[in-house]
Design a protein around this ligand. Structure first.
Ligand code: FAD
Length: 413
């Protein structure tokens, strides 16, 4: 027997994007169902959970949900740079607690959450229009009818693909990490490692969580490399290149694995009765594979604009377009400039990486962090490009400037 439900908005996926969309939509007074296929929110961790304290605070994430970082170590095969700040700016989240915090917020605003419920395909009406989703839960068939679907299913964009709006990502990152006990680690210092001995197309990391707990991982870009991320992680833990050699015993406690799109924003993020958000929409910084704050921020916008469209009685593509426009305006050109830098990074050989670190040494800590954040605001880029006398650094930032100019030009700005 099929169970039937009726909601104003159905959200597929209980990750940061879906939970944030659920919160902001429910706050507007519409009925909301968030559908998550796992048994618990944040059950399988698929992220390293690094974000920025400023963003975490603005989202209301309690301070004891993250470990604060103020030293940023960067390693190439034969070079090393350490950037330090008097104040911490980065945060390593307790991912499960943070996502459950977002879930409680959504629930307290009125959203319902269905766990262990797998969305399998879109539901269409007699005219072929999207009218909800079909799902299964514990061998039961479920039908969720809704005026609007928000696809926050992450990498797989299950509804976006189901309605033929998007296809599977071709460029993406794979990441494997162990959350581990280690004997020795400075809890305020993170470590990023680049070059072939760490990752053939990506980077490796050690992100501390405090109390001798760290996430040690490696990310590998596809299709640039065929290497398996889990295999490379095991090799790194076995061979212990610097700085992994300084951790003492490494005792894995939990394994994490995930995929992240790496093509920039989807050209279309809305169609009639459908919004894509978070990884489903390509809202991640491809340079350092960072997407949580975008998922929360744009999840909130998607929920608000979606709920307003429902209240207005018009969930057409045209009515939802302000969401797509604001996303593209906010991060479109930053993400495209980050992709450009990433292509450059992917072309570097080990000895080039050693030289690239010399460029990074020239940057102030603030400039370095803006760079990692893909915070390529035009004023930032011009300031850095003109204030640094070394040719290499000017060339790097001129490249970003040109990428931005080109994209803004295409948008007719
Ligand atoms: C290895 C790795 C490391 C990363 N490290 C960082 C980092 O340090 N900092 C950072 O900011 N970002 C990081 N990211 C990226 C970040 O994790 C994502 O950008 C972010 O999780 C996107 O959120 P989302 O809600 O869109 O998708 P997700 O977090 O993927 O959530 C999607 C949810 O939908 C559910 N779902 C999927 N399909 C269905 C279905 N058919 N039915 C029901 N439910 C479904 C899933 O179970 C999941 O809970 C990393 C990614 C990877 C792969």
């Amino acid at each position: 027997m099929t169970k039937n439900y009726d909601y104003d908005i159905v959200i597929v996926g209980g990750g940061p994007a879906g939970l944030s969309a659920g919160w902001s939509a429910a706050k507007k007074g519409v009925s909301v169902a968030i559908i998550e296929r796992e048994e618990g929110i944040g059950q399988s961790v698929r992220t390293s959970g690094v974000t920025w304290i400023e963003d975490a605070k603005s989202f209301g994430i309690p301070e004891d949900y993250y470990n604060k970082i103020k030293n940023y170590a960067f390693y190439s095969p034969n070079n090393y740079v350490l950037k330090s700040d008097s104040e911490p700016h980065a945060a390593v989240l307790d991912v499960r607690r943070t996502y459950q915090f977002l879930a409680y917020k959504a629930a307290s605003a009125g959203a319902n959450i269905f766990l262990k419920t797998n969305v399998i395909e879109p539901l269409t009406d007699d005219n072929g229009k999207l009218a909800g989703v079909k799902a299964t839960s514990m061998k039961e068939d479920l039908v969720f009818r809704s005026k609007l679907v928000i696809d926050a299913s992450g990498f797989y964009s299950v509804i976006g693909k189901g309605v033929g709006m998007v296809s599977q990502w071709r460029r993406f990152g794979t990441g494997a990490e162990y959350e581990s006990y280690v004997d020795k680690i400075n809890p305020e210092t993170w470590h990023l490692m680049v070059g072939n001995k760490y990752s053939p197309a990506g980077y490796a990391w050690i992100f501390p969580l405090g109390n001798n707990r760290v996430r040690i991982g490696v990310g590998i870009g596809k299709p640039e490399s065929q290497m398996d991320a889990t295999q490379r992680l095991l090799e790194l833990i076995e061979s212990r290149p610097k700085p992994i050699d300084q951790l003492g015993r490494i005792i894995p406690i939990e394994f994490h694995y995930g995929l992240i799109p790496n093509e920039g924003l989807r050209s279309s993020m809305v169609c009639d009765n459908l919004i894509l958000v978070g990884d489903a929409a390509g809202q991640a910084n491809p340079l350092v594979l960072e997407g949580i704050r975008y998922a929360i921020e744009f999840g909130r916008i998607a929920g608000t604009i979606g709920a307003e469209a429902v209240i207005k009685g018009d969930t057409s593509k045209e009515s939802l377009k302000p969401y797509q426009d604001s996303t593209k305006k906010d991060i479109g050109s930053k993400i495209s400039a980050a992709i450009k830098v990433q292509y450059r990074w992917l072309s570097l050989k080990d000895e080039d990486w050693d030289k690239e670190l010399e460029i990074i040494k020239e940057l102030s800590t603030e400039e370095f962090l803006d760079f990692l954040k893909a915070d390529f605001g035009m004023s930032n880029v011009i300031r850095i490009a003109t204030h640094h006398p070394k040719l290499a650094i000017r060339q790097l930032f001129d490249m970003i400037k040109n990428a931005r100019n080109c994209i803004d030009g295409m948008k007719g700005k």
